[in-house]
Design a protein around this ligand. Structure first.
Ligand code: PEP
Length: 257
């Protein structure tokens, strides 16, 4: 983390879990367990239906609401889609785009992810742009090449001012939901590399202002070590964000200097 230049962010990704009725009790338990922090932005990215409940429950607890996906379209005949305007109207401040599950199960391309990030930026919502290599790519030593490609594609046409409003989440696919975490050194190496790619595209000032998160089996035990790395500015957390005590412990791990 480097709080001098950028925000520390702990964002949960509830995926297709929980219910609207469970949001308030969850936040009450989280609030009891989590430290009061002004230095860490806490976000829960929920199914879109739960965003209003998260906004209500999260207000006093200082937990911001986020979505998990957005339409690239502004409005119109796109049955089932949710626009950036709708997310904004519901109270979302953040939204994940390009999660590996959407890339894999919904065949989302890099250019679609780029359009979604732009749709969010146009409405003032912070995109949390996910990138990450497969195990096969890592084993073939293609990680950096692939990550550079994904970052450049996701940021295509986004200018230097807007890029500072983006968050990049490095999520190696082999570490998501598997219990296999990247070592702190592996995660730092790629997050530092991502910052280098942003530096080449936008210059040093922008690069040092962008928060880069690590995601992939982050939990109460390994969070402190991952977060001690200079280019890891927080976490995107799946499984552990479903348990208030575990999520609170990860938030507490950002308190280190
Ligand atoms: C995720 O889905 O973004 C994620 C990081 O999941 P988990 O923490 O469960 O690996």
């Amino acid at each position: 983390m480097n709080r001098k230049y950028r925000k520390t962010v702990i964002a949960g990704n509830w995926k297709m879990n929980q219910l609207c009725s469970g949001v308030k009790p969850f936040i009450e338990q989280l609030r009891e367990a989590m430290p009061r922090t002004k230095t860490c932005e806490v976000v829960l990215c929920t199914p879109a239906l739960m965003i209003p409940a998260m906004v209500r429950a999260g207000k006093d607890a200082r937990v911001a609401a986020g979505g998990q996906d957005v339409s690239k379209y502004e409005k119109g005949a796109y049955t089932g889609e949710i626009s950036a305007d709708m997310l904004l109207d519901a109270g979302a401040k953040y939204c994940i785009v390009g999660h590996s599950e959407r890339r894999e199960y919904h065949h989302e391309s890099d250019s679609l992810i780029n359009e979604k990030a732009k749709a969010l930026l146009a409405k003032g919502i912070t995109p949390i742009i996910c990138v990450g290599e497969s195990l096969e790519q890592r084993e073939k030593d293609l990680t950096m090449e692939y990550i550079a490609y994904q970052v450049c594609a996701a940021l295509s046409g986004i200018d230097g001012t807007q890029v500072r409003r983006c968050i990049i989440a490095y999520e190696p696919i082999w570490a998501i939901g598997t219990g296999k975490t990247a070592t702190a050194e592996q995660a730092q190496e790629v997050c530092e590399f991502i910052r280098g790619v942003i530096r080449k595209l936008y210059g040093a000032r922008s690069a040092r202002a962008v928060s880069i998160l690590y995601g992939g089996s982050m939990n109460a035990k390994n969070a402190a070590e991952l977060l001690s790395m200079p280019d890891i500015d927080g976490g995107l957390i799946g499984g552990a964000s479903l348990k208030p005590a575990d999520f609170a412990a990860i938030i507490a791990a950002t308190a280190q200097e």
